[in-house]
Design a protein around this ligand. Structure first.
Ligand code: SF4
Length: 193
């Protein structure tokens, strides 16, 4: 079993409901969307076997893995998730909501970018919904979205620079709609991966 891996690194989750928690990031290459604000380099990849990936992450004293991308569901399968589970790993995934999530994932962070009305059919329930927002964007309609334990608005940055008007706009949306919370990309602010 092979994976096309863009990078593996150990850091803290910088945003959303698991913010601040140590995690091993496994970034899989390729995405099925082309978002204008995308700040992730996911095109390059190196073919690795699942055993090679497990061998590399064993150096870290952490049992949380985050499958990210790109879009990790393009490659991740039930069988691969089961292997990591058997090795004792808890697994989160960051997905754009366009494809089914493999069985066995412990934490689903879904950040839909288009066709919001279709996401619920594909992934009925998630642990968090997180939306990149810039000033003037409408608040997403939760009635058509997957059921979620938590709802986050994430002000869009300019690379690693905060854009104050986007932050102020998200703060005002959260104050008017308290079911939502603010999620800041703290990893960019404190200069970690
Ligand atoms: S879905 Fe995510 S990784 Fe893919 S292009 Fe959009 S922002 Fe980038």
């Amino acid at each position: 079993m092979n994976l096309n891996v863009n990078e593996i690194f150990y850091s803290l989750q910088g945003e959303g409901g698991r913010s601040g928690q140590a995690s091993i990031f496994i970034r899989l290459a390729k995405c099925n969307l082309t978002c204008s604000f995308c700040d992730t380099d996911f095109e390059r990849g190196v073919k690795m076997t699942v055993d090679e990936v497990l061998g590399e992450i064993k150096q870290y004293s952490c049992k949380w893995v985050i499958w990210t991308g790109g879009e990790p569901t393009l490659q991740l399968t039930d069988a691969i998730v089961a292997i990591f589970k058997k090795e004792g790993y808890l697994q989160a995934i960051e997905t754009n909501g366009t494809r089914k999530v493999p069985a066995g994932i412990d934490y689903i962070a879904c950040s839909p970018k288009q066709n919001f009305e279709k996401v619920r059919e594909i992934i009925p329930e998630v642990d968090e919904l997180r939306f990149p927002i810039e000033k003037g964007d409408p608040l997403p309609d939760t009635s058509i979205l997957p059921r979620s334990a938590r709802y986050f608005l994430s002000p869009i940055f300019d690379d690693s620079r905060i854009i104050p008007e986007n932050v102020e706009y998200c703060i005002s949306l959260v104050k008017e709609n308290p079911a939502w919370s603010l999620s800041i990309q703290t990893h960019k602010l404190i200069g970690i991966r």
